[in-house]
Design a binder for this molecule. Structure first.
Ligand code: NAP
Length: 263
């Protein structure tokens, strides 16, 4: 039995993707925190988890690898915006933990999915955000948008490092920036950001349109180990967001952070 695993599958694009594949008769595993939202997809397999915690990601990985040995697609959609800095019980900055570290753990931890679609923010020609190499946890001058942008860039680099490490394996890694899509935009916003988000909700694409590029890549994964799209057009990997040296540096740093948490 092959399964499609969707983080953030309880809401927004993740939920719409789950509905699409359930309607096709697929086995769909959704991961999120809210059982009430999950109950709106009664035919999905719900794993309740706070993916901003490393321990929870590891529990989810163990459960999926045990119960669903053949994962056709892992789609990474969980996110949560915070205008005010938040630190998880494990000591990681919240956006880094949920929007990037969880995706790192799941990407490397699930047993060889056919395709991993990391729904994030790659953009052509410009780095999606800046990695604060000396302040990864954003202790100095936190800004919610900068935190989200850092996570977006980190996901681009995760794709590069993953594809290098697993180039000979069966998994194809796909980065997709869906562009503005009218979803729930889960988060806690200050007034200025809330006004901006209200605009995005008004003018963003309908969710059913926003998920089309994702469905296309899940159904027919690109041949290359790594590819990136905005939303349906290919982005060249020959741009500053995908510098291999930065990808290796972030990969090392992430593994060191995880080791220091484990000790
Ligand atoms: N919407 C856009 O315009 C846009 C633009 C560019 C990129 N993206 C990317 O597209 C992806 C999907 O975005 P969306 O707008 O569809 O999301 P959304 O509507 O805001 O939904 C976010 C999802 O994340 C889950 N979530 C939040 N915190 C969680 C936690 N701690 N642990 C586990 N799950 C958690 C929520 O479920 P629970 O409430 O059940 O926890 C929900 O299912 C994201 O990666 C986003 O960065 C979106």
């Amino acid at each position: 039995m092959t399964a499609i695993v969707i983080t953030g599958g309880t809401d927004g694009m993740g939920r719409a993707l789950a509905r699409t594949y359930l309607d096709r008769g697929d086995t769909v595993v959704i991961v999120g925190r809210d059982p009430a939202k999950a109950a709106t997809l009664p035919d999905a397999h719900f794993i309740r988890a706070d993916l901003s915690l490393v321990a929870e990601n590891r529990r989810v990985i163990e459960e999926i690898n045990e119960r669903y040995p053949a994962v056709r697609a892992l789609v990474l959609c969980a996110r949560y915006f915070r205008s005010t800095r938040f630190v998880t019980a494990e000591g990681f900055e919240g956006t880094f933990a949920l929007d990037y570290l969880s995706r790192f753990l799941l990407s490397h931890g699930l047993d060889r999915p056919r395709v991993i679609v990391n729904v994030s923010g790659p953009a052509p020609g410009i780095p999606a955000g800046r990695i604060r190499w000396n302040d990864l946890m954003l202790e100095r001058g936190y800004d919610g948008v900068a935190a989200q942008m850092q996570a977006g860039r980190a996901n681009d680099l995760l794709g590069v490092a993953f594809a290098r490490r697993h180039a000979a394996g069966p998994t194809r890694y796909v980065l997709i920036n869906p562009g503005p899509v009218s979803t729930s935009f889960a988060g806690e916003y200050d007034a200025a950001t809330a006004a901006h988000v209200a605009g995005l909700k008004r003018y963003g694409a309908p969710v059913d349109d926003g998920i089309k590029p994702i469905i296309a890549r899940v159904d027919a994964p690109p041949a290359e180990p790594l590819s990136a799209f905005l939303p349906d057009a290919r982005i060249s990997l020959d741009n500053p967001s995908f510098v291999p040296g930065d990808a290796g540096r972030l990969d090392d740093l992430t593994r060191r952070l995880l080791r220091s948490r484990d000790n």
